[in-house]
Design a protein around this ligand. Sequence first.
Ligand code: PLP
Length: 390
Amino acid sequence: MRRIYLDHNASTPVDPRVREAMLPWLGAAAGNPASLHAEGRAARRAVEDAREDAARLVGGDAREIVFTSGATEAAATALRGAAAARATPGRLVVSAVEHACVLETAAVLAREGWTIDALPVDRSGAVDLDALDALLSRPCDGVVAMAANNETGTVQPLAEVDRRCAAAGVPLHVDAAQVPGKLAFDVRRLAAAATVVLSAHKCGGPKGVGALWLRRETKLRPLFVGGGQERDRRAGTENVPGIVGFGVAARIALEELAQRRDGLLAAEGALLRRLEQGGVAFQRHGPSDPARRLPGTLSLRFPGRSGEGTVLGLDLRGVAVGLGAACSSGAARPSHVLKAMGLAKEECLETIRVSCGHGTSPEEAVEAADRLIDVLRTSPGAPPSSLQPV
Ligand code: PLP
């Protein structure tokens, strides 16, 4: 049976063009970008070319890009690095639906004396702008709001958030890990943006590499010190193959944005239509307005069916999908994102995440829907309440 991979928000396959570009740097090209010789200079050039591509992806300047080991490190650098550059702890407003790498970093800051206030979201997962106004009426040292949610695909009203932060003189930290190849993004339109977090493996690049866009004026104390790499913002020999791969992935994600969006929308449309034709009862979480959703991301609830059972049933039938956030897969714990949207625990535990890739064909999407219908028809629906949160 041909397997169908529909968990692209967790990680994407490496694009063959990316792999091709990386190969020399995994072989004979041994230079350290810090070395003076020809091999070192070649590695430096490759890293700097990738920096240009990563910067272009977000509309920034190459000097504002810091390569990291992924979005998690980029978020930690943005938040803990900025905190460390201050004399005293401050106050941070963090949206309730951020990725764990942001929420856990905020929790570390809280233990270090910071006040962390949650920014609530509405039933669609969009941040509550009135609540933001109220939260910004008190002294604030930063707002963290993601561009689009990895679980539900909800696109945040970032322009409105930015306008409020700019008016209050508060820096905005944005997790844009899910954006490349799906949404247009430009920091030049975000006056308050201080940092933007990116990850290569969400857009056809390799795992273990990411970037932080850091507005030039942003003060930051690096998490790692040593050889002074990345303009003293992140020490350690650069991951040259990974960075080269990220650069190519970023370039083609930007070039192919329109066609990727079309591909994602075609795949999700085909899947949903097939489920409807099959008479399946389901609920889709997130905004009803397609302009407010990431194309290709489907957060689906099948009432009376445990999400875990559905994911495992699909896996046995050759389809890979997610259960809430990838990081909590395997643990039947209600997703903090769905809980923040006001869903009951049972509803959270009945939800799966299907995330198509731009390469997912409508035929594959239909085949996946057929296998899903088969799971729902043939497997007994374990009552979700039988799942013990761990
Ligand atoms: N932020 C978001 C929105 C994500 O979806 C992810 C990955 O799941 C991350 C951050 C963490 O990325 P990385 O795996 O590069 O650390």
